[in-house]
Design a protein around this ligand. Sequence first.
Ligand SMILES: [Zn+2]
Length: 139
Amino acid sequence: MARGKKICKSCNTEQGVRSLVCQCGFDFVEDKRKRDFQNRELKQQKEEKKQLKDKIKREEKEKKQEEKEAKKQQKNPIVENKNFFIPPDYEKTDKLSSKENAERILSYGKERARSLLNQSRLSKTWNHVDWKIVEEGVR
Ligand SMILES: [Zn+2]
């Protein structure tokens, strides 16, 4: 196709690039308008599809997260069990030595230390505490 020419879709003849209507009656302006409209529609549909996909993805992610949380809760039922006493500074205990942790538990008083000792035996958690020291301490 020569420069500055375009082909009429209707009769297949070359037309000047600026011609608005072909001799055969084909309306280039109307055609462009239609194509633009279709492109917009397609774009919109694509966008809607993408949003729907993103929404599904997001929901799946949330569901997975929830399942993960549920599993975590099952793994650590102690967190949910209100009968267990959780030391208020439990989170910080990782930084202490097992001996320091044992002393900290003894500092709650014998009764509480004894209760924690029993809990640790039942749940087999809190390995960061030297329970032998606690055992000695509550005697
Ligand atoms: Zn034509």
